[in-house]
Design a protein around this ligand. Sequence first.
Ligand SMILES: *Cc1c(COP(=O)(O)O)cnc(C)c1O
Length: 437
Amino acid sequence: MTTLKYLLPEDRIPTTWCNVLPDLPSPVPPLLHPGTREPVTGEDLAPLFPAEVIAQELGTAREVDIPGAVLDVYRQWRPSPLVRARRLERSLDTPARLYFKYEGVSPTGSHKPNTAVPQAYYNRRAGVRRLVTETGAGQWGSSLALACSYFGLDCEVFMVRVSYDQKPYRRGLMETFGASVHPSPSPRTAAGRAALAADPEATGSLGLAISEAVEAVATGDGTAKYALGSVLNHVLLHQTVIGQEARLQFQLADDRPDIVIGAAGGGSNFGGLLLPFLREHPALGGRGPAVRAIAVEPASCPSLTRGRYEYDFGDSAGLTPLALMHTLGHDFVPPGIHAGGLRYHGMSPVISHLRELGLVEARAVPQTACFEAGVRFARSEGIVPAPESCHAVRVALDEALACRESGEAKTIVFSLSGHAHFDMQAYMDYFAGTLTD
Ligand SMILES: *Cc1c(COP(=O)(O)O)cnc(C)c1O
């Protein structure tokens, strides 16, 4: 069986990121200042982010140029492949055409460098010396560490304790790129000390690690800024490089997706794949077709399916702006599932808004069903999906199996956001039967 892999030459990497927000039927509600509860201004965000990032966060331009220095780095692994999973289709005996866009070809093995690289670049240009961040499973921390090493910035990472213990090689990777890594909660910040006082064995959460990183920047010497790997508008903007490439690759394949699927932690890989396709949706003034979009989340951290749609903080201590989003509450501490990148209490305001508009569906799936799908995918396609990506694989399989029942030959594309080479303990636990839902 021939592999159908749709590759683009380097000179077809998109030179702009695309912003669909101006075309939505109603605007995405703004972030609010945590003190005044008024919409945030650029000035409010200036202690955290450099001016160009703030302009993108608040901006309304439909296209934003990708700087040449960022394209130079993207070319190390982009364009990423779009692959038709024909062995998997055959094993499922489905008439569906199943494609995946594979972001695991980046140096750190996920889509995260697509935004880490421009964020480090803009900070460098603004004269910032050090970036501080949080990380769950370590994908974001290692990607920012990589980008900081390219642009000559120091990098400090607060890593959620449960992942710090579960995934020691991710920490090794961050240190290889020159970052310093603290387990979170840590004694370095007031937020961390309070959490440790309440429970010395605290496993931590992304919300708490964000509080620590923001506090470290706010109380520092002014030469550091903060970087966030998901949720915010500028992060989704940077990730649209994924979907724009995929659109070109579908032209090569002479096909177009009926269904777009992605795992959603904060919503950035899903949004990055989806938003360029959504431009064609009639609800956004496009000529169609109306693509179906499914965000997949863990049953144990179900913000989109079970959370409330309300203004909430991005972090547990309440230091960040408030976002209108689907949220489980900023003090929610999710169970220590292996998909650390999906253990976040909230969801991107853009994805939340699209869900409210009925343009995005959401599904929650239990952990073991995801690993079952991941193993099945690995045995057909030879790539071991990251625990987060297994969530997308699960629903892609379910949709392909639904096509077997209905006899419909739908075209399904999902985001294979990363590989699991640093997460093999998760698979070993699954095989040993020690993973629970
Ligand atoms: C971080 C991560 C996710 C979840 O984050 P999003 O912002 O929702 O994309 C998904 N998959 C992988 C491999 C990740 O590293």
